[in-house]
Write a protein that binds this ligand. Structure first.
Ligand SMILES: C[S@@+](CC[C@H](N)C(=O)[O-])C[C@H]1O[C@@H](n2cnc3c(N)ncnc32)[C@H](O)[C@@H]1O
Length: 384
């Protein structure tokens, strides 16, 4: 496919997304109907689509309308690409621009320019203060690819060498001792020996930093209460070089965990009836995902005030539920991939107000300007 044909394909996929089809489904539908498209074409169309979704509001502004074609026009304008080089009408390229399209578009301002919903902007500012605009701006750009070195399978230098042998270039990232940022060859990672042998896992650097912040030690009984795919359970198992129990309200979300654990050389028994006491219970709770909207931009536009209130209520219930599972003197670690105070600091403050037997021993908010996703971690200690 030509670069112009890829732009046209992305515009068509964006129209389906605007009509309500989830992005992955819209991309899959296009891919199945486009057998002529090679791996590079699919990757390029996907990149266009996700670039626009990160900038859903501002591309409509700079492109002069809400169709996929106008949003792609808006994206090209923001990227400084002359649209006339692609909107040629030749072959499968988009039709040439009309006079109205040439004259259309406006310079976005405020929350529109920062690609946040208007309703969220006041909360965003209250949560992030002076960092608010920068944090929103970071979410308008692609996220780096990070790997976690699995120390159960070898050292960081050994993992770097194994990746280099497969032409995957990485550098250590300061957010966590195990974090490597992929500089080139990211698309080769999932098929590399380093990955299939369990030396490395795909995991955001701030997600790794959250695990580094936990008071973990070998020999502890540890529970990952909201384990999902198990990324954090695996990272904790590597840190304590021992088993970590995994629980999730939706056990199907843990279905890949046995294979991932086997690859990593980790022991992660799953349970639906966790029995305390545990030295540490991690609650990586369901949240708005506002810290990871670079990777999953659809969430930014799906979130509503009602949806956020529901999430906050679920977070409160989960915290209350795990209290009896934590040993006296043990740790309840509360984590979100959010940057909103309602899900983070305010949630923890409400917990402490309702549970006098607990104290906050550590908390940290990670922002995309630190390099990884936005994450929050609070370590709550049960007074002995
Ligand atoms: C943010 S995800 C966890 C991600 C995972 N820890 C990781 O690192 O890959 C939140 C998980 O919480 C689970 N969940 C939702 N409500 C829950 C509840 N009431 N109790 C336990 N888990 C719950 C969801 O099914 C989801 O898998």
């Amino acid at each position: 496919m030509t670069p112009a044909a890829r732009v046209q394909a992305a515009a068509e996929v964006l129209d389906r997304i605007a009509a309500g089809t989830p992005a992955e489904q819209a991309l899959l539908g296009w891919s199945r109907a486009s057998r002529f498209a090679g791996a590079k074409d699919r990757a390029a169309v996907r990149d266009h689509v996700f670039d626009v979704m990160r900038r859903w509001r501002s591309t409509a502004a700079t492109g002069g309308g809400e169709s996929g074609r106008e949003r792609m026009l808006g994206l090209l304008r923001q990227q400084g690409t002359d649209p006339d080089t692609l909107f040629t009408g030749q072959g499968h390229a988009p039709a040439p621009l009309g006079a109205a399209e040439r004259a259309g578009g406006h310079v976005p301002e405020g929350a529109e320019a920062l690609d946040l919903p208007d309703w969220l902007w006041p909360d965003w500012q209250a949560s992030l203060g002076e960092e608010a605009a920068q944090a929103a701006e970071e979410l308008r750009h692609r996220a780096p690819v990070f790997l976690r070195v699995n120390t159960l399978r070898g050292s960081v230098p050994e993992a770097i060498a194994a990746l280099a042998a497969e032409e995957i270039s990485v550098r250590a990232h300061p957010l966590a001792e195990t974090a490597l940022e992929v500089l080139s060859g990211a698309r080769k990672v999932a098929r590399s020996r380093a990955f299939t042998d369990g030396r490395v896992e795909l995991q955001d650097a701030a997600s790794q930093a959250v695990i580094s912040a936990l008071p973990l030690a070998p020999g502890q009984r540890v529970l990952d209460y909201c384990a999902g795919g198990g990324g954090k359970a695996l990272a904790m198992a590597a840190r304590i070089a021992g088993p970590v129990e995994a629980h999730d309200a939706n056990p199907a979300r843990m279905s890949d965990l046995p294979a991932r654990a086997a690859r990593a050389g980790a022991t992660i028994p799953t349970t639906q009836t966790p029995r305390g006491p545990y030295d540490l219970v991690l609650c990586d709770v369901p949240c708005s995902g506002s810290g990871s909207w670079r990777r999953a931009p659809e969430g930014k536009w799906r979130l509503t005030p009602e949806g956020l209130a529901e999430l906050v209520a679920i977070q409160a219930t989960i915290l209350d539920t795990v209290v009896p599972l934590v040993a006296p003197g043990g740790t309840l670690a509360y984590a979100t991939c959010s940057m909103l105070a309602a899900e983070n600091h305010q949630r923890v403050a409400a917990f402490l107000a309702a549970h006098p037997g607990w104290r906050l021993s550590h908390e940290r908010q990670f922002l995309p300007s630190d390099g990884g996703d936005g994450f929050y971690i609070a370590c709550l200690t049960a007074l002995a």
